[in-house]
Write a protein that binds this ligand. Structure first.
Ligand SMILES: N[C@@H](CCC(=O)N[C@@H](CS)C(=O)NCC(=O)O)C(=O)O
Length: 219
C-alpha cells in the first residue's frame, strides 16, 4: 500500500496533525512546504490543495484531505482503538465543535490577524500613511479574539479537570488543535489563562509531542 504524504510547514498548524500522526505511529512521508517562499501558491501544490493551505494529507489511495478538521477526523475515525475521537455521536460532535472553535475562530479569526494583518486589509488600504496603524489595529483585534477564545477553552478545561486535564474529557484530536494555538501563544508572548498553560505543559510532557517539536526544529 502507498505511504501517506504529509504536506506541512514546521511550526504551523500542521504541527497539530503531526502530533496525531506520530501518536498513531503511522508511516508517512513528509513534504515541507515553505510558506514564506510562497510554495503553497505554486501550481504543483495547488493541484493537490486548490485552497493553497497547510496541512494536506494524501491518503494511501491518492485522495487528498485539505484542512485540519477533516484530516484529524479521518485519522480518528480510521483508528478507533486509539480513542482520539469518541464513538458516541454527541460526544464526537462536542470534539468536532471544539476543533472548529480552535481552528476556525482562535486560529482562523484571531491568529491570522496577528500573523498576516495585511490579508484582512481592504484593497487600497495596504499603503499610505495610515497603513501601519490599520495593521496594528487588526493585530490588536486578533489578540482580543484569541484571548476570548482562550477564555472559553479555559472554562471548558476546568469543567473536565477531574478527567485528566484534556479539553473534551479523554485525550482527543481537540487537544492536538488546542496545543498548536497554545504553542504559538508561548512563542509570541501572548498571555494564556493558567488552565491553558497547564494544558500546554501536559502536552509537552507527552514523548510524542517532544519528538515532533524536535523533528520540527525546536529544542
Ligand atoms: N482552514 C484551513 C486553514 C489552515 C491554515 O490557515 N493554514 C495556514 C498555515 S498555519 C496556511 O496555510 N497559511 C497560508 C495561507 O493561507 O495562504 C485548515 O483548517 O486547514
Amino acid at each position: 500500500m502507498a505511504t501517506m504524504q504529509f504536506h506541512m510547514t514546521p511550526g504551523s498548524c500542521s504541527t497539530g496533525i503531526h502530533v496525531l500522526l506520530e501518536t498513531l505511529e503511522l508511516p508517512f512521508e513528509v513534504h515541507v512546504v515553505h510558506l514564506p517562499a510562497g510554495e503553497h501558491r505554486r501550481p504543483g501544490y495547488l493541484a493537490l490543495n486548490p485552497k493553497g493551505t497547510i496541512p494536506t494529507l494524501v491518503l494511501p489511495d491518492g485522495q487528498a484531505l485539505t484542512d485540519w478538521l477533516s484530516i484529524a477526523w479521518w485519522l480518528g475515525r480510521t483508528h478507533p482503538r486509539a480513542g482520539l475521537l469518541p464513538e458516541e455521536p454527541a460526544a464526537q460532535a462536542r470534539v468536532l465543535a471544539t476543533v472548529n472553535h480552535v481552528v476556525g475562530t482562535v486560529h482562523g479569526q484571531g491568529y491570522t490577524r496577528i500573523f498576516t494583518p495585511e490579508a484582512h486589509l481592504l484593497e487600497g488600504d495596504e499603503a499610505g500613511p495610515s497603513a501601519a496603524a490599520r495593521r496594528e489595529r487588526l493585530q490588536a483585534r486578533g489578540r482580543a479574539l484569541v484571548s476570548e477564545g482562550f477564555d472559553l477553552l479555559d472554562r471548558q478545561l476546568a469543567a473536565h479537570a477531574d478527567q485528566g486535564g484534556w479539553v473534551c474529557g479523554a485525550f482527543s484530536i481537540a487537544d492536538a488543535a488546542l496545543f498548536y494555538t497554545e504553542f504559538w501563544a508561548e512563542r509570541i508572548g501572548l498571555a494564556m489563562p493558567a488552565g491553558l498553560a497547564a494544558h500546554l505543559a501536559r502536552m509537552k510532557a507527552r514523548p510524542v509531542v517532544h519528538q515532533v517539536l524536535r523533528e520540527e526544529g525546536y529544542r
